[in-house]
Design a protein around this ligand. Structure first.
Ligand code: AHM
Ligand code: MG
Length: 336
C-alpha cells in the first residue's frame, strides 16, 4: 500500500495556512496537475500514439511547432478554461492572450505557460517539461488585456514545472519553499517525494550551450574559461559540464545537486536579448530557484525585478547556485 502525502492533500494543507483563502487557487492548481498528467501520458506513449514529428505550423517566435507542442497547449487550455478560476491565459504557443470564453465563469487569476519546453528533444525521447506561472488579474477589471500580464516575477503567486523524464515529477512553489512530487502512474497521483528542495550555494557543474561561445559577452567568456581551466586556473578546482537543451531538466538537476545554468545574451542574433522567454520560462524558474536558496539574474539585474515589456520578451538567463551566479554578476559589473 502506498502511503505519504499526495499533491492534493499537500495543496489543501497549504491553503489552510492562508487566512481567508477561498479554495479557488487550490482548484486552479488541481486543474494544472491534471493537465500535466494528460501531457505526461501523451509524451510517454510517443510514437505509439502517433504524436511525434512536426505539426507543420510555426509559433509566434517563428519556431516550428511539434505535434506535441500543439497537443500540450490544447490540453493546458481545455483543462483549465472552464473551472472559473482564471481570467485569461498566455502561452509560448499563442501570439495573443486567451481570455476565458464567455460561456465559462471568470476567475481572478492569470495563467502563463510553456506547454512543452525543450521541443528539440521531443522526437528523440529525451526529457521535456511544462513550465507555468500564476499571477493575479487586476481586481474589478472586466476585460483583461495583455498589459495586465506584464507584472514583475516577484508578483507570481505560484510557479512550477512538470518534468517528463524517466519518472514524471511536478515541482512547485507558492512562495514558501519548493516541493517536488513524483507521479505514481498506477495510482494516477503525485506523491511528495522531494520536500523543501534546496540548491547548494557552491557547485562544480555548469550548463551552457558551448557552440555559442564565440558570440558570448566577455564576462560569460571569462567565467567559462575559468571553469575550463579547472585546478590549474584561478578557481583551483575542476568543473564538469552538462547540456540537455531542456531547461526543465537542467533546472531540476540544479535543484537536486546544484549547478549553474546559463542562456546568456549573445551576438548571434543581435535583435534578440537572449533565447529564453521572460514570462513563462525565466520568471517561473527564477522564483523556484530563489525559493530553494539559489539566485537568478540576467547578468545585470535580478530576474524577478524586471519590468516586462512584452508577453514574449526574451531575456538572458543565469541561474542556480548562489555563489556562482553572484560571481558571474560581479564579472558583468567589473566589465562595465
Ligand atoms: P523551446 O521553448 O522552443 O523548447 O526552447 C527552449 C529550450 C530550453 O529548454 C533550452 O534550455 C534551450 O531551448 C536549448 O536551446 P539550444 O537548442 O540553443 O541549446
Ligand atoms: Mg520553451
Amino acid at each position: 500500500m502506498i502511503t505519504g502525502t499526495t499533491i492534493t492533500q499537500f495543496i489543501i494543507e497549504e491553503q489552510r495556512r492562508v487566512p481567508g483563502a477561498t479554495g479557488e487557487f487550490t482548484l486552479l492548481l488541481n486543474d494544472i496537475v491534471t493537465a500535466t498528467k494528460i501531457i505526461a501520458n501523451d509524451v510517454n506513449k510517443g510514437a505509439l500514439a502517433g504524436v511525434l514529428g512536426g505539426a507543420g505550423t510555426e509559433n509566434v517566435q517563428g519556431e516550428d511547432q511539434k505535434k506535441l507542442d500543439v497537443i500540450s497547449n490544447d490540453v493546458m487550455i481545455s483543462t483549465s478554461e472552464r473551472s472559473g478560476h482564471l481570467a485569461a491565459m498566455a502561452s509560448e504557443e499563442m501570439e495573443e492572450i486567451l481570455p476565458i470564453p464567455p460561456q465559462f465563469p471568470k476567475g481572478k487569476y492569470l495563467l502563463l505557460f510553456d506547454p512543452l519546453d525543450g521541443s528539440s528533444n521531443i522526437d528523440i525521447n529525451i526529457s521535456v517539461g511544462t513550465i507555468f506561472s500564476i499571477l493575479k488579474a487586476p481586481e474589478g477589471k472586466k476585460d483583461v488585456t495583455a498589459e495586465d500580464f506584464l507584472q514583475p516575477g516577484t508578483r507570481q503567486v505560484c510557479a512550477g514545472y512538470a518534468l517528463y523524464g524517466p519518472s514524471t515529477m511536478l515541482v512547485l512553489t507558492t512562495g514558501h519553499g519548493v516541493n517536488g512530487f513524483t507521479l505514481d502512474r498506477n495510482v494516477g497521483e503525485y506523491y511528495l517525494t522531494h520536500p523543501n528542495m534546496q540548491v547548494p550555494a557552491d557547485t562544480k557543474e555548469f550548463a551552457i550551450n558551448a557552440s555559442n561561445s564565440r558570440f558570448w559577452e566577455a564576462p560569460v567568456q571569462r567565467y567559462i574559461n575559468e571553469c575550463l581551466a579547472g585546478k590549474t586556473g584561478v578557481r583551483g578546482k575542476d568543473f564538469n559540464m552538462r547540456w540537455v537543451a531542456s531547461m526543465v531538466a537542467e533546472v531540476h538537476r540544479i535543484l537536486v545537486r546544484g549547478g549553474i545554468f546559463m542562456y546568456p545574451r549573445d551576438t548571434k542574433d543581435p535583435s534578440k536579448a537572449g533565447k529564453l522567454r521572460l514570462m513563462y520560462e525565466a520568471n517561473p524558474m527564477s522564483l523556484i530557484i530563489e525559493q530553494a536558496g539559489g539566485a537568478s539574474s540576467t547578468g545585470r539585474e535580478r530576474m524577478l525585478d524586471l519590468k516586462p515589456g512584452g508577453l514574449h520578451q526574451r531575456v538572458p538567463v543565469i541561474l542556480g547556485s548562489k555563489n556562482e551566479v553572484e560571481r558571474v554578476v560581479s564579472y558583468h559589473k567589473e566589465a562595465e
